[in-house]
Ligand binder design. Structure first.
Ligand code: HEM
Length: 221
C-alpha cells in the first residue's frame, strides 16, 4: 500500500493514474455513444435500452461510483502534475523550446478539461436529474423525447456540439499521452499512434455530434 502511495507521489505515478482513469473515461464515452446511437432506430429501442441500464441498482451504482472515482482521480492527478511542473519550471530559454514542440491539442488540455467538467455537470442536470431551473423539456424515463426535445433547441444543440469539439481535442491528446506513459514512444510508431488517437477520437466525436445534427436537421423527430 505504502509502495503504491510512494509511486503516486512521483510524476510517473500520477501519469499512470491519469492514463488508467482516462482509459475508463474513454471506454465510457465510447459505450455511451454507441448506446445513444439507438436514437436513430427509434423511441422504443432507446427507451428500452435506458430502462435496461437502470434495471439493476447494484450494477448501475457500481458503474456510477467507478466513473465518479475515475473523474475525481483524473482531475486531482492533473492538478498535482501541473503544480509539480510549475515548481520545476525551466529557465525561460528552455521554456521557449518546449513550447514549440507542443501541439494545439496538448496546449488546450488546460481549458478543454475544465470545460468538459462543466459539460458533465450541465449534462447530468439536463438529462439525468431534469433540473427545473434549466427550463428544458424533461420527463423522467422518457429518454428519447428528452433527447429530441432538448436538441430541437438550437442553443442547446450548439452547446453540445461545441463541447464535443473540445472533447475531440482532449481525447486526441489524452490517447497520445496514454501511449507515452506506457513507454510506447519511438519515431517508427509515432505515426501509427497518432492514427489510433485520431480514429478513436473521430468515432466517439462524430457519433455524438451526429445526434444533435440529425435532430436539428429534422431527420429524427
Ligand atoms: C450528444 C452526445 C450525448 C448524448 C445525446 C447523451 C445523452 C445522454 C442521456 C439521454 C442520458 C440520460 C440517460 C438515462 O437517463 O437513462 C445521459 C447520461 C449521462 N451522460 Fe450522456 N450523452 C452524450 C454525451 C456524453 C458525454 C460526451 C459524456 C461524458 C463526457 C456523457 C456523460 C454522461 C453521464 C456520466 C451520464 C449519467 C449516466 C448515469 O445515469 O449514471 N454523455 N447522456
Amino acid at each position: 500500500m505504502f509502495q503504491v502511495l510512494d509511486f503516486y507521489k512521483t510524476a510517473n505515478g500520477k501519469k499512470v493514474v491519469m492514463a488508467i482513469t482516462g482509459l475508463i473515461g474513454f471506454g465510457f464515452v465510447l459505450i455511451h455513444m454507441l448506446g445513444n446511437l439507438q436514437v436513430f432506430v427509434g423511441q422504443e429501442k432507446l427507451d428500452d435500452y435506458a430502462k435496461l441500464l437502470k434495471s439493476s441498482m447494484p450494477i448501475l451504482w457500481g458503474a456510477r461510483l467507478t466513473l465518479i472515482g475515475a473523474v475525481v482521480l483524473h482531475v486531482v492527478a492533473s492538478w498535482q502534475l501541473a503544480g509539480q511542473s510549475e515548481d520545476a519550471r525551466p529557465v525561460p530559454y528552455q521554456k521557449k523550446l518546449q513550447k514549440r514542440k507542443s501541439t494545439f491539442a496538448s496546449h488546450s488540455m488546460r481549458w478543454t478539461g475544465p470545460l468538459l467538467l462543466m459539460f458533465i455537470i450541465y449534462h447530468l442536470l439536463h438529462f439525468t436529474i431534469g433540473w427545473k431551473t434549466l427550463n428544458l423539456p424533461f420527463i423522467e424515463g422518457a429518454v428519447y423525447s428528452n433527447v429530441v426535445n432538448g436538441f430541437k433547441l438550437w442553443p442547446v444543440a450548439a452547446f453540445y456540439i461545441l463541447c464535443m469539439l473540445a472533447l475531440s481535442q482532449h481525447l486526441y491528446h489524452g490517447i497520445w499521452s496514454l501511449f507515452q506513459t506506457l513507454g510506447v514512444n519511438h519515431p517508427r510508431y509515432n505515426g501509427l499512434i497518432r492514427a489510433v488517437a485520431a480514429l478513436g477520437t473521430a468515432v466517439v466525436v462524430i457519433g455524438n455530434i451526429s445526434i444533435p445534427v440529425a435532430i436539428l436537421a429534422g431527420y429524427i423527430k
